[in-house]
Every structure is written in structure tokens, then in C-alpha cells.
Design a protein around this ligand. Structure first.
Ligand code: TRP
Length: 452
């Protein structure tokens, strides 16, 4: 391992800020409402919350502990604990998931930046049809989207190349609270719109017959992993930049709490507003849902344009702290494992990612083969989201929890947790959740989806 390429967080809050920055992003503000809209409303929300608490939170804590213990990213940590055997799959999956998720994530990030641009230059205020048409225009312009996606990737690469540095820590410190305040203001405005009640009912009153729908469960578990940056060792990698004496437990709980709060807030913004717009059906919104609803919500606020610009600026920055963590995983692997320099790793991974981002961009601009894939159907973009979110991340999470609970072992993992002193969860509870509850729940999900 080339120690010089690694680094450590500058300060105590550095880790919390960076890890929360990784978790909070388009997954919360774009992904969560989009998935709720496509997947059954409140039933989805309920399954999502159950998944966060019982399946994801233990894995998140486990990832951070594993990284802090090994002082290496996922592949290195696995090899340090058991040098041979099939567990290398965890590392391989991590590198692949980081790279491919980044490839479609940067496409949405590119739209976000374009909305910022539009809010500042020509304005977003448009009626229901106007807002939907605007999203159509923005997403259909292949060349422009390739440029914006490329720009976003290049900015991410530039930042990751500079290493673990205070820039991101400092930026997150200001950005996160401001984003939160803007979201709260928007949520208050949205729930007080005329007709908001219907949206609130859709969002909060679950149809219990749908809670057992395997499609909804799969999507909700996948979304929970995605939103928490889980299942591909991003938090192992970030945890590896902690010093052994720095805390892991309370930051892990804080990340789960903040990330979930922000996702729920986004739903309080999108659904009341979406249902209150005459003639608009938020349940058929697809990827354009938030882009169609938000401009109309801004239009109901005094100073709506400034508000809209601020909102898309912060959303772009939240996406940026997430793309940084996605790129950091394959890059850290390249220098931990293959001794590449940071610069070389960043360059190679970014170019590869960009190559895969292009077909995702073009899924929206009427390239027939990408808009409707042969055999599988659906767009190339949807395929990427499905494979990596709904399959790769839960599978990665299951392998990680099995590895932590059974191979690293509850004794050693528990001892690592005990370095934090006493607290919740206790090593015994943590051991139980990570050995049994999390992996069994995911295994059951996978089996049901295969037979179902
Ligand atoms: N969690 C981020 C979001 O919600 C996306 C993300 C960043 C991510 N790093 C990740 C998802 C690692 C999965 C794995 O926007």
C-alpha cells in the first residue's frame, strides 16, 4: 500500500461531514420521491423505513468499523482479514458498483446543473405542461447532456485527485445546513398548498396489501442502500481514513438519521405539490418527477427564481459530495492494491465512467436501441439503475454483513466497536443484527425475487 496516496480526515467532524456528504445527494432528493411515485406511495415509504433501521443501519456501522480497523478500502480490508478464498468478490463488486453508479449518477447531476443554469438565465417558471416539456427538452438534448455530464465528472475527478482535503469538509459544513433549511421552507410551502391533502395521503397512508409486494420491497431495499451509500464499501473506504481512536458509532447513527430525514423531507415537498397541480399525475412522473414539480413550486414563492437557483445550486453541490465518494472507491482500490498513483487512477476510472455515461445520456434522446433495449426492454439508463441499485448494492451489503459477522467475527468486530466505549447499539446487539438479521433479510428478498 502506498501510504502517501492515502490520507486521514483533518478533524473529528471531517469524517461525519464527508460521509454525510456522500450519503445525502440525488438519492434523497431525486431518487426517493421518484421511487415512491413509481412504487406505491406510502407502502414504499414504510418498507423503506423498516429496511433502513433493521437491514441498513447495522451494515453501515459495520462498514465504518471494518474500514477503521483495517485502514484499507473494501478489497484491502477483506484481504487483510482473510487473504484467500472467495471474499475478494466484495472488493470487485465495490469497484464495479462505484464506477457504474457514477456513470448514471453524473447524468442526473448534469440535469441539475442545467436547471441551475436555466434558473439563473432564462427562468423556470412554467405551467404544468411547460414544466414537463422543459424537462423533456433538457433531457433529450444528447450533446448538451454529454457536455454537462462530462463537466460534472471532470470536476469530481479534479477534486478526488487533490486527495482527502479540507476543501470538501469545509464546503459540506456550510452547504448541508443551508440545503436543509431550504428543504424545510419548501416542505412547509408545499403542504400548505390547496389540495395538498391528497398528496399527503398518498405519501403517508400505506395500502397495507402493497407492503408485501416483492417489487416494492426490492425497490425500497435498493433505494435504502443507495441513499445511505451502502453495499459497495464507500463507508469502508471513508472509515479507513479515520484514526483508530476516532469515533465510529455515533457518526454512523448520525449519518443514518440525517440521510433519512432529508429523503423524507423531499417527499413532503414533491407529493403535496405534485398532487396540488391540476392535471398532473405524480405517480407517473418517472425520472422527470422532481424536475417537473419543483419549478412550479418555486413559482408559488415570493422570489421564486432566486429560491430555485439556490435550490439547484445546493442540490448540485450535494450531488458533488456524493460523486466524490463514488469515484474515491475505485481510485482507492487502484492505489491500495495496484500501487497506481492517485492521478493515474483518477484519470483511468473517470474516462471509463464517461464512456458508460454516454449511453445513459442518450437513453433520453430518442436513440431507439437505448430507449428500448432489445430483449430486456426499458432504457439503458433504467437498466443501470436496476442492476446496480436493486441488485448489486443489496448483494454487496449481504456479503459485507456476512463477512463482518462471520469471517471477521463477532468477537473482533465487537472489540472494534468497544473502542468507542459503551453505547447503543451494544456489541451483542450489533453482532446479532449483522450476523443474522441483515443478511437473512436480504437473502430472503433475493430468493423471493428469483422465484417470484
Ligand atoms: N448516497 C448517494 C445519494 O443518495 C449516492 C452515493 C454516493 C452512493 N456514494 C455511494 C450510492 C455509494 C451507493 C454507494 O445520492
Amino acid at each position: 500500500m502506498s501510504q502517501g496516496q492515502r490520507g486521514t480526515w483533518g478533524s473529528g467532524p471531517g469524517f461525519i461531514l464527508a460521509a454525510t456528504g456522500s450519503a445525502v445527494g440525488l438519492g434523497n432528493v431525486w431518487g426517493f420521491p421518484t421511487q415512491v411515485g413509481q412504487g406505491g406511495g406510502a407502502a414504499f415509504v414504510l418498507v423503506y423505513l423498516i429496511a433502513v433501521v433493521f437491514v441498513c443501519a447495522p451494515i453501515l456501522l459495520g462498514e465504518v468499523l471494518l474500514g477503521r480497523y483495517a485502514q484499507l478500502g473494501p478489497a484491502g480490508a477483506v484481504r487483510k482479514i482473510i487473504p484467500t478464498g472467495p471474499w475478494w468478490v466484495i472488493g470487485a463488486l465495490a469497484v464495479a458498483a462505484g464506477t457504474f453508479i457514477l456513470s448514471f449518477y453524473s447524468v442526473i447531476a448534469g440535469w441539475t446543473v442545467q436547471y441551475l443554469w436555466l434558473a439563473v438565465t432564462s427562468g423556470l417558471e412554467a405551467g404544468p405542461e411547460g414544466a414537463t416539456a422543459l424537462f423533456g427538452d433538457v433531457s433529450a438534448n444528447g450533446l448538451r447532456n454529454i457536455a454537462f455530464t462530462g463537466f460534472f465528472l471532470a470536476a469530481t475527478a479534479w477534486c478526488v485527485r487533490r486527495g482527502i482535503q479540507r476543501g470538501i469538509e469545509a464546503a459540506s459544513r456550510i452547504m448541508m445546513p443551508v440545503l436543509f433549511v431550504l428543504l424545510v421552507i419548501l416542505a412547509i410551502r408545499s403542504v400548505t398548498l390547496p389540495g395538498a391533502g391528497e398528496g399527503l395521503a398518498y405519501y403517508l397512508r400505506p395500502d397495507l396489501s402493497q407492503v408485501l409486494d416483492i417489487g416494492i420491497i426490492g425497490a425500497a431495499v435498493g433505494q435504502a442502500f443507495f441513499s445511505l451509500s451502502l453495499g459497495m464499501g464507500a463507508l469502508v473506504t471513508y472509515g479507513s481514513y479515520l484514526k483508530r481512536r476516532q469515533a465510529a458509532r455515533s457518526p454512523a447513527l448520525a449519518i443514518v438519521g440525517i440521510d433519512t430525514t432529508i429523503a423524507l423531507l423531499a417527499g413532503f415537498i414533491i407529493f403535496p405539490a405534485g398532487f396540488s397541480i391540476a392535471g398532473f399525475d405524480p405517480t407517473s412522473g418517472g425520472p422527470g418527477l422532481i424536475f417537473a414539480v419543483l419549478p412550479q413550486l418555486f413559482a408559488t414563492l415570493p422570489g421564486g427564481l432566486i429560491f430555485g437557483a439556490a435550490f439547484f445550486l445546493l442540490l448540485s453541490l450535494a450531488a458533488f459530495t456524493s460523486t466524490i465518494s463514488l469515484l474515491e472507491v475505485p481510485v482507492a482500490h487502484a492505489f491500495d492494491r495496484w500501487n497506481w498513483s492517485r492521478s493515474k487512477a483518477v484519470l483511468v476510472v473517470t474516462l471509463f465512467t464517461f464512456a458508460f455515461a454516454i449511453p445513459s445520456v442518450l437513453s433520453f434522446s430518442g436513440v431507439p436501441i437505448l430507449a428500448n433495449l432489445p430483449v430486456i426492454g426499458g432504457t439503458f439508463f433504467d437498466l443501470m439503475v436496476n442492476v446496480w441499485n436493486e441488485w448489486a448494492l443489496p448483494i454487496g451489503g449481504m456479503l459485507l454483513s456476512l463477512f463482518i459477522g462471520w469471517i471477521w467475527g463477532k468477537k473482533k468486530a465487537g472489540a472494534e466497536l468497544s473502542l468507542d466505549g459503551a453505547g447503543f447499539p451494544s456489541p451483542a446487539l450489533f453482532g446479532f443484527l449483522i450476523r443474522f438479521v441483515s443478511p437473512a433479510a436480504i437473502a430472503l428478498l433475493i430468493i423471493l425475487r428469483i422465484v417470484g
